[in-house]
Write a protein that binds this ligand. Structure first.
Ligand code: NAP
Length: 251
């Protein structure tokens, strides 16, 4: 597949942030129908009202198996699926909430996309193979200690991307992994870094669909850090150590 023109798309967490940007950019790119997966369809009312012929609200909490099964039945015409929904919680080893944070984030960030991938693999197969896009993070490659348990969930998402790419190859499903750096959404509101616009994530994903690329490092920060990791993994570990030491000194 080299284009989304005339294609039928489903996005999880489509009501805000990167998911909303995916909805806007895939609409501009000519998608025929876009299911807006959201926990509360009231949150996509305005989007649907603006483009009633393209946007279709779909109640979809990715952690609820009943929602996921119902979505796979309702959206049985999907050709491009975007696993985008996610949560991020900050913690460290000294945080009593860390184990609970890990459980919550694995539930949404890993088990959610796992359930969705399982439920929609037969749908994509029936519709000719299609494209499965899953959003991990540069934190799916580099362990930022301030997001210790979020990072673990995003490494797990990276493994889901690799496994599903191999397991779905025979049915002709193209699997794209998306690895953003800091993006200007509610999730990153308190992250003290330069942030990139959510539309950039969607636009870079569209470029990957067109070019056939499997891994999308969406912005200069993600691209630079991944290149540094490939060149010298221990140097990146040291960079993380220095970040911890600086914040410990400042505290
Ligand atoms: N922002 C960044 O810097 C950044 C960087 C790298 C990767 N990412 C990844 O990009 C994806 C989107 O993040 P974002 O920045 O757009 O975050 P966001 O602005 O906080 O939006 C998160 C979206 O996920 C939805 N969501 C949360 N839990 C859900 C559930 N159980 N079922 C269905 N939807 C659920 C939210 O819905 P509600 O409105 O109902 O809560 C919302 O639509 C996430 O996977 C995130 O990890 C973000």
């Amino acid at each position: 597949m080299t284009t989304v023109q005339n294609k039928i798309v489903l996005i999880t967490g489509a009501n805000r942030g990167i998911g909303k940007a995916y909805a806007e950019e895939f609409l501009k790119a000519g998608a025929r129908k876009i299911y807006l997966g959201t926990r509360d369809t009231a949150n996509v009312k305005d989007m649907v009202a603006a483009h009633p012929n393209i946007y279709v609200p779909l109640k979809l909490d990715v952690t609820k198996e009943a929602d996921v099964k119902a979505a796979a039945q309702t959206a049985s015409d999907v050709q491009i699926l975007i696993n985008n929904a996610g949560i991020a919680l900050m913690d460290g080893l000294d945080d009593a909430k860390a184990a609970n944070n890990a459980r919550q984030q694995f539930e949404v960030n890993y088990i959610g996309p796992l359930l969705i991938t399982q439920a929609f693999a037969p749908v994509l197969k029936k519709n000719g193979g299609g494209t499965l896009i899953t959003v991990s993070s540069i934190a799916g490659h580099v362990a930022f200690p301030a997001f210790m348990t979020y990072v673990a969930s995003k490494f797990a998402v990276h493994s889901l991307i690799l496994s599903s790419r191999a397991l779905l190859a025979a049915q002709g499903t193209k699997v794209i992994g998306v690895y953003p750096g800091p993006i200007d959404t509610d999730m990153a509101r308190d992250v003290p870094m330069d942030k990139f616009p959510p539309a950039m994530v969607a636009q870079e994903t569209l470029k990957a669909i067109a070019s056939g690329a499997e891994d999308v490092f969406t912005d200069p920060m993600a691209q630079g850090l991944y290149a540094a990791l490939r060149a010298d993994p221990k140097a990146v570990e040291k960079q993380m150590l220095e970040m911890v030491q600086q914040s410990q000194k400042a505290a």
